[in-house]
Write a protein that binds this ligand. Sequence first.
Ligand code: ZN
Length: 401
Amino acid sequence: MTKKLYHENVYLKEFTADILSILEKEGKYHVILDQSAFYPEGGGQPHDQGWIEDSEVEYVYEENHQIYHVVNIPPEKLIHAKCKIDWKRRFDHMQQHLGQHILSSAFDKLFDAATVGFHLGTEYITIDITLGNITKQQIEKAEYLSNQVIWNNLHVKQLYPDPETLKALPLRKQPKVTENIRIVEIDQVDYSPCGGTHPSQTGEVGIIKIRRWEKIRDTTRIEFVCGNRALKDYTWKNDQINTLSNLFSVKDQDTQIAVEKMYSENQTMKKDLKSMHDQLMVYEAKALYDQAEVSKTVRIIHRVFEQRDFGELRQLAAKIVSNPNVVVLFGTKDNEKAQIVLSRSSEININMNELFKEISPLINGKGGGNPQTAQGGGNEVSNLGSSLLAAQNIIMKRYLA
Ligand SMILES: [Zn+2]
């Protein structure tokens, strides 16, 4: 049974220990010490990292009351080995973990909402609470109360109560273990069974900031950050707001108004542009119609465009064939593909789909349509002009001769 130094003194960063055994498993070495300040993964809190002599500890876990320290190279010194934990990592976990106790306690006290899930990730921390619908006001209330608990700098104690005392404690949740029950008390404010590591004063959490929340079935997942993570979160957000406020030449408080104004102007411009575009197309359709060759009362409009938007070209064709007695043979090309649309007025008896099938092999094309309109594209770009010419010839010979 490894002596858990992190429960005796949570601030212990360096210690010496004797190595009791080293087990080799899949190329890694699992080291057992007589005592350890390394926190093993558990209760939602990630494991510590650090060093045993020169061996880097990359993973720590507990099994049958033994703590295993996983290293790549086994330490050589077995007696009085110098051990050191990565304090920056551990202190971050302590800040986030105690922050979680405080926030869970706030939701419990204010709204009678229990915490049923906890995840301490590398960037954010989440808790799942038993409230399906939560308002912004409730979030702000819980956040405010939590920060009050932090700024009152309350004492955090570890209790190992006997069964009698345990029964009398107002526990926020029931313990998962049946022996050696450890209760973390935030100075008469919150009692919660927990085996993790926490600072001894709430003030060390610094600040709690809720980032966002989402409803998941009957619960709400609250994402938040504490201490240094909250500072980092503030830093990038502040940078982003400053950049945007400089870009818009407004005060930082007015950035959102400036962005919303630009967005709405952009929407209006898009609408205006579309309406101008539509008007322009009316003129273009009329010009093409007027310039068309007339053969036996049918106007044939045959035109190759460069890099024209195909949707727009189809729209143009549709506009023209809404006039009587007109056939449209349009193509557009870029470096990689040629696209064709063949269309006619409703009363003309030419099957455009069949026509398309006849000429499309010239551009190595795929596509189709109905007797009135057919379209498609292919990669033989250089044949676009000749394929439309072929279509025109077929119409002249077969239908208009
Ligand atoms: Zn805890």
